[in-house]
Design a protein around this ligand. Structure first.
Ligand SMILES: *Cc1c(COP(=O)(O)O)cnc(C)c1O
Length: 414
């Protein structure tokens, strides 16, 4: 029986979501449109198989084919990041990070990560996350210019003496200097852990410097700039760390691996390894740069004054509306973004004075600088007249018209 016949409720809602994704401009920096082949294998019979353990070391029989699949995913992941060991089982970026901590830290150990309100991630030690509950967390941030001051990170590290330093962020617009972080980590004999969840797609295309060989351990998501299925990965060049990572993921925090997702990761990696990937990654950066340039020419401030990667952060401290107001107005105009705190923030994390805007998803639809220029001007129009709801309606129609020219999925697919 088809899903449509068996469960009309879920079928209809999924189609509504498909239409939403197609009709509007998806500019949440962590989102992307994955490939049909990735979705095909993710929706396959591989979901049926229990394969606790690792290739050729399973607790269940009948694993000969999933062993091959996972080994292909591992091999492609290693090739992609030019590293020696990869674990492709983490169910998400957060679980990858939990696995990293479990492998190298004991409860109560000190970790030093980027402050959530400065662009870091919850799993880098925030008190509401298990990373901030099990470990004693300390933070560095960005200066008012929106950049990490590595001398300050060094000073904090000397005082804290952490067991691990975490670099990588969810809302940072400049290139991260992994070599500098390694010098700091070495000065206090800490592990250096890079979480490249946001920038991995750029890293593997050489559009951002690589965390290897500088970092002891690297984690990523596979669904953000990498454009694969929802999931996490962990990489290292150190055999001893690799062994600890494997047992920290299984049996440490996970049970049977999601074999359908691991196969989908392999398919995604095949795309990442293709010559076209570099073209995509370059365009992601060019589009974010164009977006930033036009917004600045329309008198908007950007955190750090621009971008080196796939996202820009609008700084609205000099405007009379908040990040929440701005992202709501843009949503009404068919442009999906998220509110974000900015350096020198004066509002609560629920209101904020910034908006994070990313280019990966629209670049996946085939949009280039000309479209990003058009969109940036629409964003500026809407924000400059933020209470004008009829303008928002008008822009929503224009946005829909633009989106209709950049087909990403056909209507038969969900
Ligand atoms: C998104 C993100 C994660 C978490 O990934 P999930 O798959 O949502 O758990 C971890 N670290 C960073 C830096 C991220 O941006």
């Amino acid at each position: 029986m088809s899903l449509e016949n068996f469960d009309k409720e879920i079928f209809d809602l999924t189609n509504k979501e498909l239409k939403r994704q197609c009709d509007y401009l998806e500019m949440i920096a962590s989102e992307n449109f994955t490939y049909p082949e990735v979705m095909e294998v993710m929706g396959s019979i591989l979901t049926n198989k229990y394969a606790e353990g690792y290739p050729n070391k399973r607790y269940y029989g009948g694993c000969e084919f999933v062993d091959e699949i996972e080994q292909i995913a591992i091999n492609r992941c290693k090739k992609l990041f030019s590293c020696e060991f990869a674990n492709v089982q983490p169910n998400s970026g957060s679980q990858a990070n939990q696995g990293v901590y479990g492998a190298l830290l004991k409860p109560g150990d000190k970790i030093l990560g980027m402050d959530l309100s400065h662009g870091g991630h919850l799993t880098h030690g925030a008190k509401v996350s298990s990373s901030g509950k099990y470990y004693e967390s300390f933070f560095y941030g960005v200066e008012l210019d929106g950049r990490i001051n590595y001398d300050k990170v060094y000073e904090i590290a000397q005082i804290v003496k952490p067991k691990m330093i975490i670099c990588g962020a969810s809302a940072y617009t400049r290139e991260i200097d992994f070599a500098k972080f390694r010098e700091i980590a070495d000065s206090v004999k800490a592990y250096l852990f890079a979480d490249v969840a946001h920038i991995a797609g750029l890293v593997v295309a050489d559009e951002h410097n690589s965390p290897f060989p500088h970092c002891h351990i690297v984690s990523s998501t596979t669904h953000k700039t990498l454009r694969g299925p929802r999931g996490g990965i962990i990489m290292t060049n150190d055999e001893d760390i690799a062994k600890k990572i494997n047992s920290s993921i299984f049996p440490g925090i996970q049970g049977g691996p999601l074999m359908h997702v691991i196969a989908a990761k392999a398919v995604g990696f095949k795309y990442n390894l293709s010559p076209e990937w570099k073209i995509y990654a370059k365009q992601v950066k060019a589009n974010a740069k164009k977006l930033g340039e036009i917004l600045m020419s329309r008198n908007f401030d950007l955190v750090s004054g621009g971008t080196d990667n796939h996202l820009v952060l609008l700084n609205l401290l000099n405007k009379d509306y908040s990040g929440k107001d701005a992202s709501n107005a843009l949503e009404n105009a068919g442009i999906t973004t998220n509110k974000n705190t900015v350096p020198g923030e004066i509002r609560s994390p629920f209101i904020t004075s910034g908006v994070r805007i990313g280019s990966p998803a629209l670049t996946a639809r085939g949009m280039k600088e000309a479209e990003f220029e058009f969109i940036a001007n629409k964003i500026a129009d809407v924000l400059d007249d933020i209470n004008n709801t009829s303008l928002q309606e008008k822009v929503k129609d224009e946005v829909k018209n633009l989106a209709s020219k950049f087909i990403i999925y056909n209507q038969a697919m969900y």
